[in-house]
Write a protein that binds this ligand. Structure first.
Ligand code: PLP
Length: 252
């Protein structure tokens, strides 16, 4: 088990971020990739405002949050930081689409037409548009969120109907395991799916992004082509809230 130390000062955030960027660079080197092609999205769920402000001072300009209401609260509290953007990376219910449309820069967990429709309606009313990623379930037995890989092509074909959604690519959560032999195939599956979709995606749908990899597996994800890694605990410190609060296992 890796232990994640908590960053509480600007200096500690600088150190943690520098450490992650060094690990990203090393993984890129192994994979023959340019580190500029990998975006680090720090994930600040459960982290209170005071420490988020230190992360901002250390350079963070976009943060990932799993739950809409928590993100919205933080956005309001930190409205004095207008260049701090928010990415929703967790499952969305249609009744919260209005809130997402109001303040977010990015939504990474699109997995139903109902949510696409609700987002589009509210975004159009506000005259906004939104970058979105389609969430794919690459670990069938382990998670109940995201589309089955086989369903993604037909789903993506429907998305041009929602003019305010700028489709940028795919997102996944890998199987939770310390065993790379089990985790890596999830990332490979997402990359191969993107390659296939690039042939068939309708006009206006861009299949560039692969958002995959978290604190425990982002280096593997980079080796398999991740363009965004979503890293929480390795930057902010260990969370007290168990992961099952965010991605309940099948049957829960
Ligand atoms: C919390 C979360 C992460 C980051 O997980 P860490 O273990 O904190 O790095 C990544 N993706 C999603 C969807 C999350 O909810």
């Amino acid at each position: 088990m890796t232990t994640y130390t908590t960053a509480s000062t600007v200096e500690e955030f600088r150190q943690h971020l520098a450490g992650i960027h060094a690990r990203i660079a090393a993984a890129c080197k192994r994979a023959g990739r340019d580190p500029a092609t990998v975006r680090l999205l720090p994930v600040s769920k459960t982290v209170p405002e005071e420490r988020i402000r230190h992360a901002y001072a250390a350079g963070c300009r976009r943060l990932g949050e799993n739950k809409v209401q928590e993100a919205h609260r933080k956005w309001q509290a930190m409205s004095d930081l207008p260049d701090l953007g928010w990415a929703i990376i967790g499952h969305l219910q249609t009744n919260k689409a209005k809130l997402v449309a109001e303040f977010t820069s990015e939504f990474q967990a699109l997995d139903s037409l109902r949510v696409a429709k609700a987002l589009d309606t509210h975004l159009q009313a506000l005259g906004r548009s939104l970058d979105v990623l389609v969430q794919v379930n690459t670990s069938a037995e382990a998670s109940k969120f995201g589309l089955a890989p086989d369903a993604v092509e037909a789903f993506v074909k429907q998305l041009p109907a929602f003019a305010s959604l700028r489709v940028r690519g795919l997102m996944t959560l890998a199987l939770f395991s310390a065993d790379a032999a089990k985790v890596r195939p999830c990332f490979v599956r997402l990359r191969q799916l993107r390659e296939r979709l690039r042939q068939s995606a309708p006009a206006g749908v861009v299949m560039d992004e692969l958002s995959m990899g978290m604190s425990g597996d982002f280096e593997l994800a980079i080796e398999e082509g991740a363009t965004t890694v979503r890293v929480g605990q390795a930057i902010f410190g260990a969370r007290a809230v168990p992961d099952s609060a965010y991605w309940p296992p099948v049957g829960a």
